[in-house]
Design a protein around this ligand. Structure first.
Ligand code: HSE
Length: 439
């Protein structure tokens, strides 16, 4: 018998989640035990990117959280009040819950987890912070023996994208924001992102997990990036810094055996970050979370902080964790109690492809005569063999010879070799001192 899912919401993340669940080949075998039983939406008229059997989609969200057949409710509607209400009803009906909703968890976590503990169900929230980056589970499990002293994150992709563009282009906040909205990197109403509220929700959740206590969301300080100017960025640069919107949770009080909840500083604000700091190089829409503790030292989680596929990966990993527990509970009377997500069940060797067949990027460095048209000839020749170029840079001179560096897009090695064989015969080419693969 399969595990039945009730999914609330079929927006970007809901659609990504359904797509991942339906496209299960090559993923964990437990995914095949899952059944998308009901999907709750606002309107039946909206065109959908996923093809679900008739009767699965409904506008009656209440019927999903009350459906006795559903094992796991996946809340992906966003917003606060309605989401909170539906999560609490699902819990009261004995259902496990998976949610991506940082706003609800950061504000109503205490109420929700108290209810869940009482009902004996789990509320899973991997997707609520860092999109596809696994950081909740590591904080709850793998890192939990450490004494964490600081969690520092770039946890909002929109603001990191804006700051990165301001830095690289020397542009103003308003211009970049307007362009980011046009390109779909920023919401029409960007308030929650640019004023730091979204990051504050996320650091409240991370702080709670890292330091083992609840966090009052209203006490989290947040200052956004509206006032960051290109002049600040330029000065910071000259001084050896970049400006990032950091979300920081830090232990303030000394360790004490008598108190389980330490005093913390939990805040979000634009921050000058030394260029040598691990977070300084996290650019664009990416997120990263640096966790520092004892005895571990530093560990950094990096990846896509939003997007349908990335967030679906986190949502589905939570679903899988619950499915593993439900499956082992159902079979515990018969065979073993082994959690299939923790045990290793590999049996066969994987075939290994020869390196010549791999599709990778290449870096090539050429020494050429300093004459017009050389870069054009290189590009044309690569194009002739189907090698697409990511970048071509003339870095300077070595004596009389010009030095040109080319980075390809992903390509089969054989095609690059063919192009290079022809390039070597060109009158303007002196030599090709380097050919390296790029990860
Ligand atoms: N709005 C968020 C961001 C993504 O820009 O990072 C969802 O948490």
């Amino acid at each position: 018998m399969g595990i039945k899912l009730g999914i609330l919401g079929l927006g970007t993340v809901g659609t990504g989640t359904v797509q991942l669940l339906l496209d299960n080949v090559g993923r964990h075998s437990l995914l095949r035990e899952l059944e998308i039983w009901r999907v709750g939406v606002k309107s039946l008229d909206k065109p959908r990117e996923v093809d679900l059997p008739t009767g699965v989609i409904t506008t009656d969200l209440e019927s999903i959280v009350n459906d006795p057949q559903i094992d796991i409710v996946v809340e992906l509607i966003g917003g606060i009040d309605r989401a909170r209400e539906l999560i609490l009803k699902a819990i009261a009906n004995g259902k496990h819950v998976v949610t991506a909703n940082k706003a609800v968890i950061s504000r109503f976590g205490a109420e929700i987890f108290t209810a869940a503990n009482k009902a004996g169900v789990y509320v899973m929230l991997e997707a609520s912070v860092g999109g596809g980056i696994p950081v909740i589970q590591p904080l709850k499990q793998s890192l939990s023996v450490n004494r964490i002293h600081t969690v520092t994150g770039i946890v909002n992709g929109t603001t990191n994208y804006i700051l990165t563009r301001m830095q690289t282009e020397g542009s103003n906040f308003d211009d970049v924001l307007a362009d980011a909205q046009k390109l779909g990197y920023a919401e029409a109403d960007p308030t929650a992102d640019v004023d730091g509220w979204d990051a504050a929700d996320k650091i409240a959740i991370l702080a709670s997990l890292a330091f083992g206590g609840r966090i009052n969301r209203e006490e989290v300080f947040s200052e956004g990036i509206r006032q960051v100017s290109k002049t600040d960025i330029s000065y910071a640069d000259k001084l050896g810094f970049v400006i990032k919107l950091l979300a920081i949770a830090k232990r303030i009080s000394p360790l004490s055996p008598s108190s389980s909840c330490p005093t913390l500083s939990v805040r979000v604000h634009p921050t000058l970050v030394p260029k040598t700091h691990p977070l300084a190089s996290i650019n664009g829409v990416y997120n990263a979370i640096l966790v520092e503790g004892e005895p571990l030292g530093q560990v950094m989680f990096f990846g896509p902080g939003a997007g349908a596929g990335a967030t679906a990966s986190a949502v589905c990993s939570d679903i899988l964790n619950l499915a593993a527990r439900l499956t082992s509970a159902k079979s515990s009377s018969s065979s073993s109690n082994i959690d299939p997500l923790l045990a290793c069940s590999h049996q066969d060797y994987c075939p290994i492809a020869p390196v010549s067949e791999l599709i990778v990027r290449f870096y090539a460095r050429f020494l050429t005569k300093d004459q017009s048209g050389v870069i054009g000839k290189l590009g044309t020749c690569f194009g002739k063999y189907g090698v697409s170029l990511e970048s071509v840079v003339q870095t300077g001179f070595q004596g009389e010879l010009a030095e040109i560096v080319v980075v390809t897009h992903d390509v089969q090695e054989g095609k690059v070799k063919q192009a290079l064989d022809e390039i070597r015969t060109m009158e303007a080419i002196h030599s090709i001192p380097s050919l390296l693969r790029v990860i």
